[in-house]
Each structure stands twice: as C-alpha cells, then as structure tokens.
Design a protein around this ligand. Structure first.
Ligand SMILES: Nc1ncnc2c1ncn2[C@@H]1O[C@H](COP(=O)(O)OP(=O)(O)OP(=O)(O)O)[C@@H](O)[C@H]1O
Ligand SMILES: [Mg+2]
Length: 377
C-alpha cells in the first residue's frame, strides 16, 4: 500500500502541493523561451517544481522537446559535454540509426563514437575524444539549437544540480563558453537550477561573472504554513485517518515548512496514528525524527570548529548583534573579523545562510537537535 506522504524523491501527483505561482511563471518561461535560474537551499522543492512544470508544458505543447540533465554525478567538463550531447541526441532522434544520422549531420569537427549499448535501459553509448572535445566544444554547445532550427522545433533544456560546475577545473572559463554559445540560441532555452544558494547567486547575479543577466532568476520560497496544513489534513483524510488543522500546522511548524522534513514528519505521525492524530503523537514523532538523525548530526558537528559551534550557540540563543562586545565575550567569538570568517565557513558548509538578510540555520531538525540535545549537555 502506498503511504500518503513521500520524501527523498520527486514529489508528483497527489504528493505535489501548491506552487501555483511558481508553476505559472515557469511554464510561461518554457513557452516563451525565457532562460531561467531557479535557486533554493537543499530540499525545498526545486526538482519537483521543474518536473511538474515540464509535465504541464508537455501536455500543452506536445511538440516541444524537453531535455532534463542532472549533474549530480557530473564532476568534470568532459562529463558535462558527454551528458549534454548524449541527452540532446537521444531526445531529438528516434531510433539508433537516427542518432547516428543526427550526429553525422551536426558534428563536423568532432567525431564521437556511438555504439549500441549492452544495457537495456540505455539505448546507445557515446564516447567523446577528450582532447578534441575540450579544444572545440562548440558543436556540442550548439547541438540543441542547430537541431531545433533544422527541425523547426523548440527545445528546452533543464539542468539540475548546476552548482556542480564548481567542481570543474576552471569553472569560470567553462561558464564563459556556455554563455557565449547559449545567449545566441533562439529556439532553445535553458532552466538552470540547484542548491548552494551563495555560489549560484554569485554565478548568476554578479556583474563580473559570465552568466550575469543570462535569464530570469527565481528564488524558490518555502511552501507556506497554510498550504502545508491543508495538504497534511487532506492526505490523512484520503487514507482514512484524521488530523486536525491545528495539529497539521504543528507538524509543518516543527519542520519549519521545509518541504522534505514536512513530508517526513507527517509520514511518521501518520504511521503512529491509528485513526486520529493527537498532540502527543505529533510531539513524539518530532522527537523521534530528531533522534533518527542524531548520528548524522553528531558527525556533522564533529567537523565544526569551536568558533563555529560558539557562533551557532549564540544564533540559537537568539543573539542578533554579533559584533557587540557583549556577545563576542559571552560566546568566546574573539573579534568581528573572526565572526566574519566563522560565518563564511558555515555558509560554505551550507549550515547557515544569510542571503535573505537574516542569518538562519538551514536544517530545522539540526537546529532542534543542537538546541535540545547538544547545547544543553
Ligand atoms: N510541491 C511540493 N509538494 C509537496 N512536497 C514537496 C513539494 N516539493 C518538494 N516536496 C518534498 O520535498 C522533497 C524534496 O524535494 P525536491 O527533491 O524537489 O527538492 P530539491 O530542492 O530539488 O532538493 P535538492 O536540493 O536535494 O536537489 C520531496 O521529496 C518532497 O517530499
Ligand atoms: Mg533537486
């Protein structure tokens, strides 16, 4: 039997809620070919949102070609070209023979090897000559656009986990190449998305960076408490159990409306509820989630410096004026310059974020663990 909540996979169907405005904005961008950059911290719902938008668009415009690329395991420029070329060839050609034909038509300078794949779920294997491709990636970067023009089609390329280009040998040079090609494309548009808010902000919104003004930047927000409430109430109901709007709100609040955790916590409550959820069940579920993750949190905490921990302690205690002498002394933070270093370190580790102007701990359950178990010791 299917459970009413899901986490860790793309939310779709009944498990996808709200995002009405974001969907309408994204689908407009798909329709008109506006390049889009979608940024949010981890697990707020970027992939699910883009996935849903592509579903809607495919229904509205079945002739539009939508290509999805996930860079989660792509760590070098050559792997990127391989992935891009492979996905574009696959999406724009039908059978194996067509793939060969497309490659022959559009690749003049590079000569990739294309062979039948022994694995049943991959149709063909593409092997690029590394030196040749890195010297002249132009044909790969323009492949989608060339094919789109020759077939008089619109292509939309969605690239997930885009922050992974940070692992490439020379990310800046790579960005320059992408931008130089992609900005000339007429029939092809791009949706680039990922976490590492700080890095992506820098890539897409710093005037000195190649991707500056490449497209419309959307900062994905959290789904609101009200929406989570009705979602949780509905999902309980659909499975023959009950939870009051008040308690559903408590579930969402405990998870600070963090998409992944709201679903996970709601799931734990649902499992523990026979017929009707109680406040005791909601509280115990929250406690159980914190404990489930405590080993992970312990390991994470071991990687932090004393200064970083002191800073988190001050943050959790609700301190705001970090550069005041009182706070510096109370938490042993030494100096403003030191605080600034500590902050950068924690941002880099994606433990805190300050892009909204307020410093926040990104993982609400880690925050609760620190508060209840770590700093009370
Ligand atoms: N619109 C939604 N409705 C309900 N649940 C959602 C929604 N979006 C996301 N979620 C929940 O959050 C989880 C994470 O979503 P998703 O993988 O889309 O986020 P992400 O931002 O792409 O994460 P990552 O940063 O890890 O790539 C999903 O598994 C699902 O449980
Ligand atoms: Mg994702």
């Amino acid at each position: 039997m299917e459970t009413p909540f899901s986490f860790g996979t793309i939310a779709s169907g009944m498990q996808f809620t709200n995002r009405v405005e974001e969907l309408s904005q994204l689908t407009e961008h798909f329709k008109y070919g506006t390049n889009t950059i979608l940024i949010s911290p981890r697990r707020w719902g970027k992939s699910s949102l883009v996935n849903k938008a592509t579903e809607i668009i495919s229904e509205q415009f079945p002739e539009m070609i939508i290509i999805k690329i996930d860079l989660f395991n792509v760590r070098s420029e050559i792997e990127f070209y391989n992935e891009l070329a492979g996905k574009v060839l696959k999406a724009t050609s039908g059978k194996f023979e067509d793939v060969i034909k497309t490659a022959k038509t559009f690749f003049k300078q590079i000569r990739p090897k294309i062979s039948f794949s022994p694995s049943p779920d991959v149709e063909f294997l593409l092997t690029l000559d590394t030196d040749e491709t890195l010297r002249q990636p132009d044909e790969i970067l323009d492949l989608a656009e060339k094919v789109a023009q020759s077939k008089n089609k619109k292509i939309r390329i969605c690239i997930d986990e885009f922050q992974n280009i940070g692992f490439f040998d020379d990310p800046l040079a790579f960005q320059k190449k992408l931008r130089a090609h992609w900005q000339t494309h007429q029939n092809t548009a791009y949706v680039l998305y990922g976490s590492k808010r700080h890095m992506l902000l820098d890539v897409f919104t710093s005037p000195s960076m190649p991707f500056y003004n490449f497209g419309s930047v959307i900062f994905l927000q959290k789904i609101t408490l009200e929406h989570w409430k009705s979602f949780i109430v509905e999902r309980f109901k659909a499975s023959g159990k009950r939870i009051s709007p008040h308690l559903a709100g408590l579930v969402a609040q405990n998870a600070e409306c963090h998409s992944y955790y709201v679903q996970q916590l709601a799931q734990i409550c649902w499992f523990r509820t026979k017929v009707t959820a109680t406040e005791k069940i909601v509280n115990e579920s929250f406690e159980s989630l914190i404990l489930q993750l405590s080993l992970l949190f312990q390991n994470l905490t071991e990687t932090l410096t004393t200064g970083q921990l002191n800073f988190l302690k001050a943050l959790i205690a609700g301190e705001k004026k970090f550069s005041s002498l009182e706070v510096i002394e109370k938490y042993g933070l030494r100096s403003s310059a030191n605080i600034s270093r500590i902050k950068q370190g924690l941002i880099k580790k994606e433990i805190i974020d300050d892009t909204t102007g307020k410093i926040e701990i990104l993982d609400p359950i880690y925050k609760a663990w620190l508060q209840r178990y770590y700093f009370t010791r």
